[in-house]
Design a protein around this ligand. Sequence first.
Ligand code: PXL
Length: 281
Amino acid sequence: MGEPAVGTTPPRVMTIAGTDSGGGAGVAADLRALTACGAHGCVAVTAVTVQNTLGVSDVHVLPPATVAAQIIAVATDIGLDAAKTGMLAGAPTIEAIVAACDEVGIGVDGRTPLVLDPVAASMHGDQLLADSALDAFRTLLFPRATIVTPNLDEVRLLVGIDVHDRAGQYDAARALHAMGARNVLVKGGHLVEDTESCVDLFYDGDDFVELPGPRFDTGDTHGSGDSMASAIAAALARGASVADAVAFGKRYVTEAVRNAYPLGAGHGPVSPMWTVRHWWE
Ligand code: PXL
């Protein structure tokens, strides 16, 4: 695939997510990943987090109606080829997002694919989704999602399965699919038994595909899930199949983690812009 002609509108992708003042995760990571993957990123901010590399010290949740209004304003003018979700804060925000998505055709029954990254907590364990929102997440968002992309902590919260090995990853994928998600990616980054590799498992309800990748010895993985879900959304926006989009996302995030860097005194971020050449040098 060659370079698009100058002036060509890139695929349009919206991130529906929270901000991270440290710039490593959330909307900042999403916009970098979307840009690096050739998309034009649009934003519906759900919440502002006060955060640095040591943790989250405060969260300000935006009014749900403002979240919905951002989605509708963008979809009705700019248009969207895909959307992804990150931090959704609570049930009222989820309900507003679902109503807006239904209105403008985002989600599997509409025209616009939806990548659901079920962000529940930061790397430090700070809560980013209210416990009371899990039901809304499962019943309202799962059936609308093109794909759900949990890590193993999120698997435990969503389906109550403690994954310790590859067989557990398969069980989790089946359980998430049974809960209404058409496609599932059970990420293996938290699987400590895999010391050399990081295997993500894709399941479309018929077939399983193991996506192997290297495991890097780094604590600087802040924003990895956000970047991967954004890359998957960018590929879907270009018209890739879900299986191809997931393979693309795995390749992309592997390099983002390989290029992670230290920042502050805590966990540093992955590098969503690893694709960009240093044109100034
Ligand atoms: O990486 C998950 C994530 C998403 N969104 C926001 C976050 C985090 C993790 O800390 O802060 C706003």
